[in-house]
Structures are given as C-alpha cells and as structure tokens.
Design a protein around this ligand. Structure first.
Ligand SMILES: [Zn+2]
Ligand SMILES: [Zn+2]
Length: 99
C-alpha cells in the first residue's frame, strides 16, 4: 500500500520546493520569490490565477492561508487605539490583540 499524500509531501520536502494553498480557491501553489529589483526583492509569495495572493514571510491564517490584516480599533470603546490582527476571511478564532 502506498500513501500518495505522504509520497507527495516527501517529494516536496526532498525537492526543497515549498507550497502554500491559495486562500481563495484552495489550490496548491508553488512558492515563488520576487525577482524584480524592488523593496520586496527576494520575498517569498504565491500568486494564484484566481487572484489570490499571499506573502509567505508574513504570518498566515492557519485555517485558510491568507495573510493576516493588522488594524487599530477606531471606535470609541474601551479598546480604542488597540492594535489587533485578524484574518481577512474572518475565520473563527483567528483574531488576536497585538500589544
Ligand atoms: Zn486561487
Ligand atoms: Zn482565515
């Protein structure tokens, strides 16, 4: 019996190629590096044909794989001015205060 899922993982490990799932359609994408001379030069990312895009060197949501967004509470409440990070897809439980 051969477990193809395991075999695929092993192949990925041996080839040194990293993969990341598209947060929009779930497609398995190969991590690329920015080749253009810019301030993002050399950064790892995945870009999907569906428009999905993820920076792989930033924290990503464990549920959907999207980059977290960081924002500050603007509403005049007890938490006003506090920074938090959350999944842009609003996955449950993926909300955290950044203090
Ligand atoms: Zn996609
Ligand atoms: Zn998410």
């Amino acid at each position: 019996m051969i477990d193809f899922a395991d075999m695929k993982k092993e192949l990925e490990r041996l080839s040194g190629i990293e993969y990341h799932s598209c947060p929009d359609c779930g497609k398995h994408l190969r991590v690329q590096k920015v080749k253009k001379e810019s301030r993002n030069f050399g950064r790892p990312f995945v870009a999907c044909g569906c428009g999905g895009f993820v920076w792989c060197d930033l924290p990503t949501c464990k549920s959907c794989g999207a980059n977290y967004l960081t924002a500050t509470v603007k509403k005049p409440t007890a938490n006003q001015g506090r920074k938090f990070r959350a999944c842009p897809r609003q996955c449950k439980g993926e909300f955290r205060w950044v203090d």
